[in-house]
Write a protein that binds this ligand. Structure first.
Ligand code: SAH
Ligand code: SF4
Length: 382
């Protein structure tokens, strides 16, 4: 079996080159061809010696993921469904905004955490993605978009590990993938523009701080343990106090001086003024000095089996006001791509449900991809 070069960060690729009897610096050239130029054919890599190209042809490959479907929302959001074999599929979502282009990437087929409000969680866990499968989502989307927009400039400026799966439950595959995203010879994204979102894997948060401190988002969803135990089962293992301690430790290494807390607004469950006041108290006083943070309120995106409903907009605004008045920077996330089930928590990627997939494929054939706003390119640092 040949090696898939998408599985390697630069260090791994250099070691691979050495095993082929080549100098380590060849890896940099190879890395650039693959990630910066989107090449997969070794014959295209004209500045590599012919002898190396021949060796690569017999020992390596650049293998992306099979695209099952591509859908585009009226708001420009694009969702791809990728086949990862054995009836599993994962999704990646591109969200163009005025000053940036964000790709939401999956880390697992399914998820074992089983949060009540999450469609991926309801689907159960199938398997971890490999580094190559995580990287392939970015590799494919970036080069697809460049070709589509007829640009040689970078289109994706931000990556959020907020697709399917709990990234910190797939730590060994995740870290090399993050390194590829950050590497100047590949995508060159700044640490501030790569975000890992976790439901609260405390020990792994500490490891990430040392191995690859990118921006951190923590899915909180509740201001007390009783409620959080019910919504995010992982809380029974690592309670809020433990989780917030880990956040404070992370801040010493983080590229930003705050943690983003995500809070999914569920009607009548966690959206009352009393919950907002508890949240203020928790985040202002935990451990004596509180946690430096921003809060992102996410309107719940419903799916049939959840038995939950979205908080009314008025309720979300009232909740946000209590937090803002207490001096906590709070934003309400705009829902993007919900007409194509691409919004947060709607990613199920279930190819076992063939009818749905076939409908999607038909839709994809009939819908021509519209122009992504040009403002999504050439994003500025924020
Ligand atoms: N497993 C990680 C990352 C993937 S989920 C995590 O839980 O953080 C990405 C974000 O979407 C999380 O904040 C998650 O809580 C939120 N989310 C999940 N289901 C949702 C839904 N149905 N509506 C809105 N947000 C949801
Ligand atoms: Fe898994 Fe995150 Fe969904 Fe929870 S919200 S089930 S951790 S993907």
């Amino acid at each position: 079996m040949t090696a898939n070069l998408l599985d390697f960060d630069l260090e791994g690729l250099a070691a691979f080159c050495e095993r082929l009897g080549e100098k380590r610096f060849r890896a940099t050239q190879l890395f650039r061809w693959i990630h910066q130029r989107g090449a997969r054919d070794f014959d295209q890599m004209s500045d590599l010696a012919k002898s190396l190209r021949e060796k690569l042809k017999t020992s390596a490959r650049v293998e992306g993921l099979q695209v099952i479907s591509r859908q585009e929302s009226a708001d420009g959001t694009i969702k791809w469904l990728f086949d990862v074999g054995n009836g599993d599929a994962v999704e990646a979502v591109f969200i163009p905004e005025d000053d940036r282009g964000t790709l939401c990437v999956s880390s697992q087929a399914g998820c074992a955490v089983g949060c009540r409000f999450c469609s991926t969680g309801h689907q159960g866990f199938s398997r971890n993605l490999t580094t190559g499968e995580i990287v392939a989502q970015l590799w494919f989307a970036e080069h697809f978009l460049r070709q589509h927009l007829k640009t040689t400039e970078r289109v994706i400026s931000n990556v959020v590990m907020m697709g399917m799966g709990e990234p910190l439950q797939n730590y060994t595959a995740l870290v090399p993938a993050l390194r590829v995203m950050l590497d100047d010879h590949a995508y060159g994204l700044s640490r501030r523009r790569v975000t890992v979102s976790t439901s609260g894997m405390v020990r792994m948060i500490d490891r990430l701080a040392h191995d690859c401190p990118v921006a951190l988002a923590v899915s909180l969803h509740a201001p007390n343990d009783e409620l959080r135990d019910n919504l995010v089962p992982l809380n029974k293992k690592h309670d809020l106090a433990e989780l917030l301690d880990a956040c404070n430790r992370y801040l010493a290494f983080a590229p930003r001086d705050f943690i983003t807390f995500e809070y999914c607004m569920l009607d009548g469950v966690n959206d009352q003024p009393e919950h907002a006041r508890q949240l203020v108290d928790l985040l202002r006083h935990h451990g004596g000095h509180g946690v430096s943070c921003k809060i992102n309120l996410i309107p719940f995106n419903p799916f049939p089996q959840s038995g939950l409903t979205r908080s009314p907009h008025k309720q979300v605004l009232a909740f946000a006001k209590i937090l803002s008045d207490a001096g906590i920077v709070t934003t309400v996330r705009k829902t993007r791509g919900d007409d194509i089930d691409a919004a947060c928590g709607q990613l199920a990627g279930d190819v076992k449900d063939r009818t749905r997939v076939e409908q999607r494929i038909v839709r994809q054939r009939t819908v021509m991809l519209k122009q992504v706003p040009a403002t999504a390119t050439g994003a500025k640092e924020t």
